[in-house]
Design a protein around this ligand. Structure first.
Ligand SMILES: O=C(O)[C@H](O)COP(=O)(O)O
Length: 229
């Protein structure tokens, strides 16, 4: 039975500062580093050793992966970085303080932007300091101007199906280090969560989630937190 481990990056500088981040590249805080190491120690303790790794093009997820793999002695496994695992693009909200945005636009509107299935935040402005379309890491990639969860799913799922799922079918133990909303996209698909119910799903930082896959390439049972196993 092959296994899939999902881990959201450890606390980032902008998680701590309560700012909308999306594709903006911020580092881990000291607490985030500790969370990532603890995730790897838990993998080692529970003897769930990844054999292949996937992550985004964003520092917080890459570092989380490396710290976790180091803690379980698996830095040597093959690893692929792909923009399709990036956090959902927060558009014009990128860089704003989440609380101040609530005060300006109201709690309800901010909740819709953050958690609704298909309402994207406003587009990022042309020439914004947070516009990453000129960043060399995204050369040749269609950098979005904003993304809803639905739009995020539209780039995460094809990548999952073409690149990651085949690794599970060949019996690998796959670890994906990614982001709150790119992982919500994946969990929605794997656990068959409806468009309405997905609004209530939160993914904590640095806490490995496990799916066990049967022969039909579908999860054999519901996901669980490794700490509870
Ligand atoms: O991009 C961000 O700001 C965070 O990674 C996730 O934020 P959210 O909880 O507002 O979706």
């Amino acid at each position: 039975m092959s296994k899939l481990i999902l881990v959201r990056h450890g606390q980032s500088e902008w998680n701590l500062a309560n700012r909308f981040t999306g594709w903006w590249d911020v580092d881990l805080t000291d607490q985030g580093v500790a969370e990532a190491r603890a995730a790897g120690q838990l993998l080692r303790e529970k003897r769930l050793m990844p054999t292949v790794a996937y992550t985004s093009l964003q520092t917080r997820a890459i570092k989380t992966l490396h710290l976790a793999l180091e803690a379980c002695d698996r830095l040597w496994i093959p690893e692929t970085k792909d923009w399709r695992l990036n956090e959902r693009h927060y558009g014009g909200l990128t860089g704003l303080d989440k609380q101040q945005t609530r005060e300006k636009h109201g709690e309800e509107q901010v909740h819709i932007w953050r958690r609704s299935f298909d309402v994207p935040p406003p587009d990022i402005e042309e020439g914004s300091e947070f516009d990453l379309s000129g960043d060399p890491r995204y050369a040749g990639i269609p950098v979005p101007r904003t993304e809803s969860l639905k739009l995020t799913i539209e780039r995460v799922l094809p990548y999952w199906e073409s690149d990651i799922l085949p690794r599970l079918s060949s019996g690998e133990t796959v670890i994906i280090s990614a982001h709150g909303n790119s992982l919500r996209a994946l969990v929605k698909h794997l656990s068959g969560i409806s468009d309405e119910e997905i609004t209530g799903l939160e993914i904590p930082t640095g806490q490995p989630i496990v799916y066990e896959f049967g022969d039909n390439l579908r999860p054999a049972k519901e996901r669980y937190y490794l700490k509870d196993a």
